[in-house]
Ligand binder design. Structure first.
Ligand code: SAH
Length: 490
């Protein structure tokens, strides 16, 4: 079983996956590998004419070349193209030079940073083709179980992210820039607007960029460890309209902070709260330990599935609320609640799934590792007048082992682990607790399939799988599966 990872706010690394909490590189034997040492020794580039025969699970084209299957980014099945293939025998890197015969599914990516950024991987596919690609990927992964249902896609597959990080730095001309990291690099490129971000968040980022100049605020430099502002994290309540701005700085000494906050609020009266987060460590994690509220209450609230949720800077909240309602709706249906059941909401974050389920359950027990998220979950149950839900801080696996050892009872286990999936401690305890149903929500169907294999070996049947497109324009697909216990009297 894979090791668990905490849901820390991480700065994108070289294998940056925009929505994931853990940037595990996609497993594939056919990687479009780049020489990690950057060495040009023994390296040669040839131009090959290839025809794309399929997709990899991360949305790249798959072609045969010199007896090998290799990945070609931005190439679609059926397309013929001239491709530059660079190799030194160990590493293969490919780049489309010219598409000779384009696919009908090919569209001009609407984002002008698309090929530079890498945060989105399938914007060159029509929306319809993106849906087919995701369906194909999930169907392939779930072959050992049941045929997944039709992917629930999004009508307007842009502007959906309710959270984003922007990193600040200087360009070659020592001008302040703010944006994302260029693909496979640690180099920031200046960005005005990301088409999947909330548009308001990018407007605020543009204002901050301009204000840094007038306030003589220096961006932080990771190499020299000089400067002040590292990142800005913005969270938006899509329904409530509330906005949180977190200035992540290298030092707690913020000269002119009152004026800065005043000026930012003047430009954007819609901002509900502003925080300073201090991160002075040499780390890839975005948020540091110290937090100070500069304006407002330090959290925002949003409405999801008709309930109100309070969200802190560090707690996890699904980034696409429109699709989350569809996902949770299916998860609750799959749980088949009777009003009497004891439901475990494992990896519960701020308690969203559990609190929505509590309306149809006897009792809900939530467990979550992140302290801030647990505090939010407890507040959220009070705020929504829920009195049949309890939330606990801890490792979900350890918590379940304790429950199993105490012979406690659970009718339904809902789990929603991070990308790395669950672990043996958790899954073996589920088997001991013998819930009638397990509803497995996952942002990484590969680890979901791995964990479901364990449950299937140990007495469960997979009855339904519902894929949901939570992350349009990226290759990611979310999936919720219903597992039922085979032998009721075991
Ligand atoms: N169910 C929630 C959160 C899902 S994200 C929602 O839909 O919003 C996964 C959550 O698992 C994160 O909040 C993360 O902090 C938490 N987590 C990660 N590792 C964990 C562990 N070992 N035990 C319990 N929770 C964990």
């Amino acid at each position: 079983m894979a090791k668990r990872k905490n849901n820390s706010q991480r700065k994108p690394n070289k294998n940056r996956k925009r929505h994931g909490e853990n940037n595990k590189p996609h497993h594939s034997v056919r990687k479009n590998q780049v020489n990690p040492h950057g060495s040009k020794k023994g390296q040669k580039t040839v131009t090959a004419e290839v025809t794309c025969k399929g997709f990899t699970s991360n949305g790249q084209g798959l072609v045969d070349w010199e007896g090998k299957e290799i990945e070609v980014p931005y190439l679609l099945p059926g397309e013929t193209a001239e491709v530059a293939v660079t190799t030194n025998g160990k590493f293969i890197n490919t780049k489309v030079k010219r598409v000779i015969k384009p696919s009908e599914d090919r569209v001009k990516p609407p984002c002008r940073y698309y090929f530079k950024c890498g945060g989105c991987q399938i914007q060159h596919m029509s929306n319809e083709a993106q849906g087919r690609f995701k369906q194909q990927t999930i169907n392939q992964l779930m072959k050992p179980f049941v045929k997944p249902e039709k992917v629930l896609t999004m009508d307007h597959p842009y502007d959906y992210r309710n959270k984003n990080h922007t990193t600040y730095g200087l360009n070659k001309d020592r001008q302040i820039i703010g944006g994302l990291y260029a693909q496979n690099t640690h180099r920031i490129f200046d960005m005005e607007k990301c088409l999947i971000h909330d548009p308001k968040a990018d407007e605020i980022n543009q204002t901050i960029k301009g204000m840094m100049k007038s306030f003589k605020m220096q961006p932080y430099n990771e190499d020299t460890r000089q400067g002040f502002l590292r990142h800005v994290l913005i969270k938006v309540g899509k329904i409530s309209g509330e906005i949180m701005v977190v200035l992540v700085a290298a030092s707690p000494i913020f000269k002119g902070k009152n004026n800065f906050v005043k000026a930012l609020r003047k430009e954007h009266p819609e901002i509900s709260t502003i925080l300073l987060n201090v991160n002075d460590r040499d780390t890839s994690i975005v948020l540091g330990g110290q937090e100070k509220v500069l304006f407002g209450k330090g959290t925002i609230t949003d409405t999801l599935c008709g309930m109100k949720f309070e969200i802190s800077p560090k707690s996890f909240y699904q980034i696409n609320p429109v699709q989350t309602e569809k996902l949770y709706g299916r998860a609750i249906e799959m749980a088949e609640l009777t009003g009497q059941d004891t439901v475990i909401d494992a990896y519960c974050g701020i308690g969203t799934i559990g609190l929505v389920a509590s309306q149809k359950a006897g009792k809900v027990i939530g467990v979550e590792l992140n302290n801030d998220a647990v505090r939010d979950a407890i507040r959220n149950s009070k705020r929504n007048g829920v009195n049949n839900a309890r939330f606990y801080q801890g490792d979900a696996g350890e918590f379940m082992v304790q429950m199993a050892n105490r012979n406690e009872k659970a009718d339904v286990v809902i789990l929603d682990p991070p990308r790395s999936g669950s672990d043996e401690a958790f899954l073996s305890s589920v088997v001991k607790l013998k819930p009638k149903r397990v509803v497995y929500v996952s942002c990484n169907p590969e680890t979901q399939a791995r964990d479901m294999k364990y449950l299937v070996k140990n007495g469960y049947d997979v009855e339904e799988i519902q894929p949901v497109d939570m992350f349009p324009q990226t290759y990611h697909v979310e999936s919720v599966a219903k597992l039922v216990r085979k032998f009721v009297n075991r």
